[in-house]
Write a protein that binds this ligand. Sequence first.
Ligand code: NAP
Length: 270
Amino acid sequence: MSGSLFDLHGETAVVIGATGVLGGAMADALAAQGAEVCVVGRNQERGEIRVRSIIEHGGKAFFQQADAGDAASLRAARDAIVARQGGVGILVNAAGGNRPEATLPPGADFCKLPLDAWRDVFDLNLVGGVLLPCQVFGEPMLERGRGSIINIASMSGMIPLSRVVAYSAAKAAVINLTQFLAREWATRGVRVNAISPGFFPAEQNRKLLYQDDGSYSERGQQIINHTPMSRFGEGHELGGAVVWLAAQRASSFVTGQNVVVDGGFSSVTI
Ligand SMILES: NC(=O)c1ccc[n+]([C@@H]2O[C@H](COP(=O)([O-])OP(=O)(O)OC[C@H]3O[C@@H](n4cnc5c(N)ncnc54)[C@H](OP(=O)(O)O)[C@@H]3O)[C@@H](O)[C@H]2O)c1
């Protein structure tokens, strides 16, 4: 067999949440290896910007609108993508994020954490973020007997970080569901893995990491102090992990794994 282990020509990669910072960076990385990328999100304008950027860099991409929290919307998107492409080989589930209302301010009482906010975070990260897309896109993958699903969890799903309790618990559930599905579908040609990023400045966490003047917030500084590489990550630094897990030849015997990309944060004790 010749050619690169990481060649993705001929593959269709659906990236849900590619309108955002990390999903967008992973879409770029998959397109750079030859995959035709379907950018999925609710915001058409941001989606089209990402598509144009991929095409300008020599890749192939198109936009498909969908709300990951709505099964009917996801099914309509899947049907349109499968009709256009003939199938989907790669699914990256990158819709998600934290909600300020579900974050405990310093010294706040956990017993008063609002249940609505807790449910919102689970709906976004676990149900819409992973469960529904795995069900909806898993179906055609299982029918074809091939596919790679990559769920974006978080390093906070492994270590219960202070304050972001609902988010951490939801991401822990994402890792657990990834392992469950990996076992469930292991003999049916569909691999299911997770990537757990550490801290990467994006829209949903910018206010937590930075002050208005662009300097680190107190929490941002604490994180930097605890990170062996003494910096936050950049979106393109997830590219290697997502391409490896997407590429059948490169990771054909890898399923149920959680690849941590965090500058060493989780490898040192607090
Ligand atoms: N940044 C970090 O440090 C970090 C660390 C660990 C894990 N993560 C995870 O990485 C993933 C990407 O987050 P990010 O940091 O790149 O944040 P981001 O820039 O805010 O991107 C999140 C994306 O999720 C999409 N989204 C939210 N709800 C959606 C829905 N119902 N349907 C479809 N798309 C939806 C949004 O797209 P639309 O608004 O266009 O729909 C948005 O583009 C998330 O799962 C996040 O939890 C991030």
